[in-house]
Design a protein around this ligand. Structure first.
Ligand code: GLN
Length: 538
């Protein structure tokens, strides 16, 4: 039997209330008291994983070291807790059903009718306990995606009900996150939607232990009393979650509201230590008191939904704080860029980041943007597709080749970026790209090596195409150096230009490893280069 304690976070009234941030903030507070904590997300949709979802549907797909394509909330967990998550930290309805149906085909339920209760709920429970049973954690926080009352989340809530019953109130508790809307006309905060949402949860057999209430305005005592009375929770377990300037304030706000203390008291865990949040506070201090300011452009295809580039945006925040500077990000749609518009769009910026992406749409705009920053010696950071576009741009405009990526033009004369051999035979989608952490050896004397201060690094991947090594010699001779290479496969991981203040393209996704306590060195140096650019032109 596992000794871990289980905390469930459900949501009601609306989606997008920030369950992930609340879960991560609670995790942070418990971790800062010296406990070992992990967080997992259960998503009620039918896709096996979010890898096949359009970023417009569900935001960015976060990739873990073990190569799982997961929900973007896992990024928050890693950034807040400075821990690694894995496939076990993100389960969907699709995965649960897939496991159960596979077992059924293997005859594991022979003779039985396979049903939602107990077979689907048992499989959900098995996954709830998986991390806890490793013996590595004091607390396992499980965030249930969606809102209470959704048809899809029913089996998950039923599993939570069973776990709460099986383990008892000292070993499992439920936090329900809801919205307290402010009605302008009435000038009042309203508790009714929360009351209804708790009723819905009760109808599914779950009494929440703690209510966390998202609100624009402070929650007055009489409203807290009303919520406590109508929702059967203790008065001190009605927690205010007021809108914050930055998500990184939320752990401090939850500490002020004593969320961690309530959780520990209810789970009968003694903790004498106060949370040690010194490093967190240092980061917040730097974030809120910048000494300088710089503006960079983020060129991408999905810029109207910033969640599509969540990890990049957060890595920029971390790097800004590390440089004691505020980084303003201008989101630029790659489809708006062409040879005529590029100057007007990029002039005045101090650096340009070209984002990852899939498909040909907007690729020519990215290539045009890279030509501009290369020629104008503006700091450039290309990530995955951004790096591939930099290679195509260099081949076209410096080597004078009629070149492309086969993703953009399958019949190009010079496929400087081409599909990886092992990818050519794959027709299935989902989990089939080059995924997860791979080694990369850095060349001494390069900017990348100086940034990392290490010879061998590990970074996460998610791509099908690669630098075509047939062109390596030619490219290097012309000035684009492959300064990071995978030691086993020889795949090019990092390219750099020598005669440019800061021009780096990486085949991997460095943004996935940037955390509050460990800002990513390449982002830190990119922001530093942007600050230098600003100083050099002013
Ligand atoms: N579409 C490119 C590939 O598959 C780049 C992927 C990415 O940017 N993550 O190789």
């Amino acid at each position: 039997m596992s000794t871990a304690k289980y905390i469930f976070v459900t949501g009601g009234v609306t989606s997008s209330l920030g369950k992930g941030i609340i879960a991560a903030s609670l995790g942070k507070l418990l971790q800062a008291r010296g406990f070992k904590v992990t967080i997992q997300k259960f998503d009620p949709y039918i896709n096996i994983d979010p890898g096949t979802l359009n970023p417009y549907e569900h935001g960015e797909c976060y990739v873990t070291s073990d190569g799982a394509e997961t929900d973007l909330d896992l990024g928050h967990y890693e950034r807040f807790l400075n821990i690694e998550t894995s496939q076990a930290n993100n389960i969907t309805t699709g995965r649960i059903y897939n496991n159960v149906i596979t077992k059924e085909r293997h005859g594991e339920y022979l003779g039985k009718t396979v049903q939602v209760v107990p077979h689907i709920t048992d499989e959900i429970k098995r996954n709830i306990f998986l991390l806890g049973e490793s013996g590595e954690f004091d607390f396992v926080i499980t965030e249930i995606g969606g809102s209470v009352g959704d048809i899809e989340s029913l089996p998950f809530i039923e599993a939570v009900r069973q776990v709460r019953w099986d383990l008892g109130a000292n070993n499992a508790l439920v936090i329900h996150l809801t919205l307290i809307p402010y009605l302008k006309a009435a000038k009042e905060l309203k508790t009714k939607p929360t009351q209804h949402s708790v009723k819905e949860l009760l109808a599914e057999g779950v009494q929440p232990d703690i209510l966390v209430c998202r609100t624009e305005l402070p929650l007055p005592m009489e409203l807290r009393k009303k919520l406590a009375l109508f929702c059967n929770v203790h008065l001190n377990s009605v927690i205010e979650a007021i809108d914050a300037d930055t998500i990184y304030d939320v752990p401090m706000l939850m500490k002020k509201e004593k969320l961690d203390e309530r959780v520990l008291a209810k789970l009968k865990v003694h903790s004498k230590a106060e949370p040690d949040l010194d490093q967190w506070k240092t980061f917040l201090g730097k974030l809120k008191n910048p000494m300088d300011e710089v503006t960079i452009g983020l060129v991408g295809k999905y810029v109207s939904l910033p969640d599509a580039y969540k990890s990049i945006a957060e890595a920029i925040v971390h790097a800004g704080a590390e440089n004691d500077s505020k980084v303003n990000v201008q989101w630029i749609s790659s489809e708006d860029i062409n040879s005529e518009s590029v100057d007007a769009i990029l002039r005045g910026l101090n650096g340009v980041l070209v984002a990852p992406g899939f498909g040909e749409r907007g690729m020519e705009g990215k290539i045009e943007a890279i030509r501009y920053v290369r020629e104008n010696k503006m700091p450039f950071f290309g990530i995955c597709l951004g790096m591939q576009c930099a290679v195509v741009e260099y081949a076209r405009h410096v080597l004078g080749l009629e070149a492309s990526s086969t993703e953009l033009n399958a019949k190009t004369k010079n496929p400087v970026i081409d599909m990886m051999e092992e990818q050519k035979k794959i027709t299935m989608k989902g989990g089939t790209m080059r995924l997860g952490s791979y080694d990369c050896k850095l060349k001494k004397g390069s900017k990348a090596h100086a940034a990392y201060g290490e010879n061998l690094i590990q970074e996460r991947h998610r791509h099908r195409y690669e630098f075509n090594n047939k062109y390596l010699e030619q490219m290097e001779a012309a000035g684009m150096k492959a300064v990071g290479v995978n030691p086993e496969s020889g795949l090019v991981e990092v390219v750099e230009l020598k005669d440019h203040p800061w021009f780096i393209g990486v085949q991997y996704h460095p943004e996935l490893r940037s955390t509050v306590l460990n800002p990513h060195p390449l982002f830190v140096k990119f922001v530093d280069a942007a600050l230098n650019h600003k100083r050099s032109i002013s």
